[in-house]
Design a protein around this ligand. Sequence first.
Ligand code: NDP
Length: 324
Amino acid sequence: MNAILISKTGGPEVLDYQSIDQPKPGKGELLVKMQAAGVNFIDIYHRTGLYPKELPFVPGLEGAGTVIETGSGVKDISPGDHVAFATVPGAYADYVIAPADRTVKIPQDIPAKQAAAIMLQGMTAHYLLKSTFALKKGDIALVHAAAGGVGSLLVQIAKLCGAKVIGTAGSHEKAERVKSLGADQAIVYSEQDFEKQVQELTGGQGVHVVYDSVGKNTFEKSLNCLRPLGTMVLFGQSSGKVAPLDLTIFNQKGSLFFTRPSLFHYIPDRERLNQRARDLFHWLMSGDLVLHIDQEYPLSKAATAHEKLASRQTTGKILLTMDD
Ligand code: NDP
């Protein structure tokens, strides 16, 4: 089978398209013939070594496909079933070994590509809005990189929660997309001072919560956008790591709450994985959530997909697709 193999960390050029042995499923595992794998920012962190992994490895955590074979002890999934996953290593490959308890069955009405595209970023938006800071009607949320993969889902689900949403984006074109997703306001933060804009838009009150995935370039101003007792959710670092800081800053800026969450802790078992997936699939089928698959590349072009994502040339989702 073909797969992308990383033998040393580095730039997109280390994503090596190779022929490797097809794995066999062990106890509790599935052999999945992949239809599509999602490309996510975490794949870039793994590739560069920012998040260390043992070498060599096949990158990717997200995807969807058809079960070809099941290992012993798998009870409720059979060959022929369509499944998707968000946290299974090795997704950039024609075939993947997935622990059954980390997969969800895809409802019949949802194409595999859509399922692959919603899993990781959708689960992330779901836990951030439903669990990390349970957003409610009347709350005001600031969402950075709101035209991106997680961002575009955060905007839509935050509106489903009844909140007011201010989104930021790196270009006017992206800001238009953010508005079309339902955001109440969109700020082009590459040109405008988003802190000043947020203060103006909230009558100097500030927002209840900031969902910040950009990190280094936005963190400090994001804190200044919060009202007293507001919550800072730093969930990524697309522009780089936030520098170490003096914790008294959270007192000085209004007894703020701070968290640095990770998806893995919010889907620790199959029950919670299924609960979140059920909501996402339901919203997709009802049309409440609209997925934008911006770019698709064959598996062999994974490097191009990484270049586009890292250089801010994408909105919504990027997929790698496998040959039939
Ligand atoms: P996105 O589609 O959001 O792409 C990243 C976006 O970040 C870019 O399009 C760009 O949007 C913005 N950005 C701002 N500054 C930079 C920069 N210097 N370099 C690159 N991009 C920049 O990616 P994902 O949806 O895959 O991931 C978004 C973030 O969420 C990542 O930081 C990721 O690590 C994090 N994440 C965290 C999870 C968790 O559980 N903690 C789970 C999943 C994702 P613009 O041009 O509009 O500024």
